[in-house]
Design a protein around this ligand. Structure first.
Ligand code: NAP
Ligand code: ZN
Length: 349
């Protein structure tokens, strides 16, 4: 077994605290990763605080992981000891259903996707994520990190990156398209970067006046401050696609009204309460849909695209002794634009 130090939430109301546990001994297809960096995703907070009513405690969050391969099983082909490797939101799936064989393991039709944390593996054991110094997983669900990408700033690509890249690709964001991004947080700032890199006319909707200048640097052609009166009228019926990256409850009808005929609003944010959609907002054959992360092959493609286009996350480094206040700052929208934990410090504890 692999003795591991991490930080775990033990209830919806207690702050994450140091936690010692064990990962399985690496099997033939497994790698042991010494974790260097882990991003803080808003989903970590939703789940640790049980806002999705699915919490399994003790919970070691973290699904934006970059580290170095410390050990490999006898059958491992993709990695050598010393390689930089990454892990995102899932570590296994059934691998046989049509979604899995199509490389969309996040949509496993047997509902056998094993998430990196707050999930159970095929043996029924709880999975533990990246707020830790080690993780053990099957190499099939680990990603190779192209040389040249800054490892700390690469970590958020494993969730915030792929969650925005995948739907923007799926709905063909590109030249001649008018694309909206709602919410300039971890997901939203990656959405801006990708939409801009794909060549689309990119418009940000934000509630934060202090993010307007940054949004333009990150790739927005236009920025709308949605706390101002009358901002929506000039955009009514003009968008091809809008990606909603907001973490809190909000009115989606406002944005459905901005879509042109056959336009698509894709909700990737996961607020606590269901969204209420008015029939009148979707009359123009509009689509209100969702998307979750992306498959392993597409995540690997995204990392290649990022290396080619010099795209990483804008990060603020933080430490485990600041974790609780970092979570509160994420909830307040006060991070530019993703916190990353330095996990190397845990090995010394
Ligand atoms: P985040 O960094 O906290 O960003 C959320 C942004 O939403 C904030 O920066 C803010 O942007 C906006 N916002 C917050 N409260 C708001 C409110 N009351 N009204 C309007 N806008 C508000 O969160 P994140 O890590 O990017 O995650 C965003 C959401 O996506 C979370 O719910 C998360 O669980 C979910 N998620 C889903 C997937 C998936 O696979 N579908 C993957 C990862 C995360 P402004 O300041 O610009 O307004
Ligand atoms: Zn995430």
């Amino acid at each position: 077994m692999i003795p591991t130090h991490g930080y775990a939430a033990h209830s919806a109301t207690s702050a994450p605290a140091p936690f010692a546990y064990q990962h399985r001994e690496p099997g033939p297809n497994d790698i042991l990763l010494d974790i260097d960096f882990c991003g803080i995703c808003h989903s970590d907070i939703h789940q640790a605080r049980n806002e999705w009513s699915n919490a399994l405690y003790p919970m070691v969050p973290g699904h934006e992981i970059v580290g170095r391969v410390a050990r490999i099983g006898t059958g491992v082909k993709k990695f050598r000891v010393g390689d930089t490797a990454a892990v995102g939101c899932m570590v296994d799936s059934c691998r046989q259903c049509p979604s899995c064989t199509a490389g969309e393991e996040q949509y496993c039709e047997r509902r056998a996707t094993v998430f990196t944390y707050n999930s159970r593996d095929k043996e029924g054991n709880l999975t533990f994520g990246g707020y830790a110094n080690h993780i053990v997983l099957d190499e099939a669900f680990a990603l190779t990190v192209p040389a040249g990408l800054n490892p700390a700033a690469t970590a958020p690509l494993l969730c915030a990156g792929i969650t925005t890249y995948s739907p923007l690709k799926h709905w063909n964001a590109g030249p001649g398209k008018k694309i909206g991004i709602i919410g300039l947080g971890g997901l939203g700032h990656m959405g801006l970067k990708f939409s801009h890199a794909f060549g689309a006319h990119t418009v940000l909707f934000t509630t934060s006046a202090n993010k307007i200048a940054d949004a333009k640097k990150l790739g927005a052609d236009e920025v709308n401050l949605t706390r101002e009166e009358g901002w929506a009228a000039k955009h009514a019926g003009t968008f091809d696609f809008i990606l909603d990256c907001v973490s809190a409850d909000h009115d989606v009808n406002v944005y459905l009204n901005l879509l042109r005929r056959d336009g698509v609003l894709c909700l990737v944010g996961a607020p606590e309460q269901p969204a209420g959609v008015s029939a009148f907002s979707i009359l123009g054959r509009k689509t209100f849909t969702g998307s979750t992360i992306g498959g392993i092959a597409e995540t690997q493609d995204m990392l290649g695209f990022c290396a080619e286009h010099n795209i990483v996350s804008d990060i603020e480094m933080t430490s485990f002794d600041q974790l609780d206040s970092a979570w509160d700052r994420v909830v307040r929208g006060d991070v530019k634009y993703r916190f990353v934990l330095d996990c190397k410090s845990l090995s010394a504890e």
